[in-house]
Design a protein around this ligand. Structure first.
Ligand SMILES: Cc1cc2nc3c(=O)[nH]c(=O)nc-3n(C[C@H](O)[C@H](O)[C@H](O)COP(=O)(O)OP(=O)(O)OC[C@H]3O[C@@H](n4cnc5c(N)ncnc54)[C@H](O)[C@@H]3O)c2cc1C
Length: 404
């Protein structure tokens, strides 16, 4: 009998298992994959995510893998660009864009070091029930051997298509349609400082520095154009980069090192993340378009919140259901403003006249440009930046400036 079984051992599952194992719980961590392995995802971790790694003692480990720190960002709007330094999260000034082969292995190793028992190539088939309560898992090893294990709570960190969520019929809310589809790959020899983001009409693309001097480039199209995009991924990808000729030229100077990966399954929804004997964390409980690159940082935050709630419930300091209800509330309060902003950006619509005015006003206001970039990184709250008083100050400063 385990205290906790965690299904899925990547950004949400491994930290959840690690944090609970560090508190002394008997934790089983299972994944149908083995590690290191790649995953369908680009991988920019903003400063709030790095702050989690720092709290867990893993930031230095990540930095030591040779992943370039990211402190600056350019949003190229076509006629002009907004460039700036990304505001810190507390003492953490840098983000990273580590390959998932590196990051996920680092996280799973930390869970095992903390005392969690890892079973790779172990695929959840069914939840076990004791009446209305989840009481364990039925799984299968790579060799097809059936596995049955019991636990006080089963946590689904099994991603967007979570089997745990489907079996417990976790209610979905605040769902929005998928707005985008995206492909990405890796280039060598592309000069880059910081990250670059290029919103264009019905297109959006980003450029990120990662391990081994490679540059990850991701290009998004509207969801309804997926079949056209997929019919000629390379041609359509490169044609889209031509909307930013200087970038396209830099990419032509480099060399593509890997195949294209992509998906149209960029859903937007929340699920109720708990019930009798079960909880959900990471994409299993809350999924959004990757245009603002929040998934990994959110998974880290929610791993902390769910581990705290499970600990409170298992020690009896609070009824488990009550502690998990508070986890859901804290998750939603933290996630909601950026969720709405993300859904807005993912529609790849041209900026509204009001946004165009704002961008023009930011052009000569470095401090507020940095803060705007901080809304994308999750270090400046969206409601704070877009509060009427703040927008009024930006517009007022621009009106007073000779250069506006
Ligand atoms: C194209 C794209 C680009 C992205 N770019 C970024 C970005 O730049 N920055 C960012 O922060 N986020 C990004 N994301 C989002 C990010 O990838 C996710 O938010 C993050 O991976 C969520 O982590 P997770 O642990 O919840 O789920 P996952 O990383 O999906 O892990 C789920 C794990 O569960 C395992 N599993 C599933 N089913 C079972 C089963 N039945 N039995 C056993 N194991 C199972 C899987 O093998 C997997 O290892 C992107 C996503 C996409 C699709």
């Amino acid at each position: 009998m385990y205290d906790v079984i965690v299904i899925g051992a990547r950004c949400a599952g491994s930290p959840t298992a690690m944090l609970l194992a560090r508190k002394g719980y008997r934790v089983l961590l299972v994944d149908k994959a083995s590690f290191p392995s790649d995953h369908l995802s680009t991988h920019w971790i903003h400063q709030p995510g790095v702050a989690c790694l720092a709290r867990w003692g893993l930031r230095e480990r990540l930095a030591a893998t040779g992943c370039p720190p990211i402190t600056s960002m350019t949003v190229d709007l076509g006629p002009f660009a907004l460039r700036g330094t990304l505001p810190s999260a507390g003492a953490i000034a840098e983000g990273y864009c580590p390959r998932r082969t590196v990051l996920d292995k680092l996280l799973v190793d930390a869970a095992v070091e903390a005392g969690a028992e890892l079973r790779e190539h172990c695929s959840l088939q069914d939840l076990l029930w004791d009446g209305e309560r989840v009481s364990g898992i039925a799984a299968r090893s790579a060799a097809g051997t059936p596995i049955r294990e019991q636990a006080r709570i089963v946590i689904g960190a099994d991603g967007v298509h979570s089997l745990v969520a489907r079996q417990v019929q976790a209610p979905v809310y605040n769902a929005r349609p998928a707005f985008q589809c995206a492909y990405y790959s890796y280039w060598s020899g592309v000069e880059l400082s910081g990250t670059e983001f290029y919103p264009r009409e019905r297109r959006g693309f980003g450029v990120l520095p990662t391990h081994q001097g490679l540059t990850c480039i991701v290009v998004g199209w509207p969801h309804e154009e997926f079949h056209t995009y997929r019919a000629d991924v390379e041609g359509n990808f490169l044609k889209t980069l031509d909307l930013a000729p200087a970038l396209a030229e830099r990419v032509r100077q480099g060399r593509r090192e890997e195949r294209f990966s992509g998906t149209a399954e960029l859903y937007n929804f929340f699920r109720r993340p708990y019930g009798p004997g079960w909880a959900l964390v990471g994409d299993a409980g809350y999924h959004k378009d990757p245009i603002t690159a929040q998934g990994i940082s959110d998974a880290f935050r929610d791993a902390e919140l769910v581990a705290e709630a499970v600990d409170a419930g298992l020690t009896g300091s609070q009824p488990l259901e009550e502690a998990l209800a508070s986890y859901e509330q804290r998750r939603n309060e933290a996630a909601m403003p950026l969720y709405e902003f993300t859904c807005q950006l993912a529609q790849l619509e041209p900026p509204s006249p009001a946004m165009q005015q704002l961008f023009a006003a930011l052009r000569h206001n470095q401090e507020q440009t940095n803060r705007f970039l901080g809304t994308l990184a999750g270090t400046v709250p969206v409601p704070e930046f877009f509060a009427p008083e703040n927008l009024g100050q930006i517009m007022g400063a621009a009106a007073r400036s000779e250069t506006f």
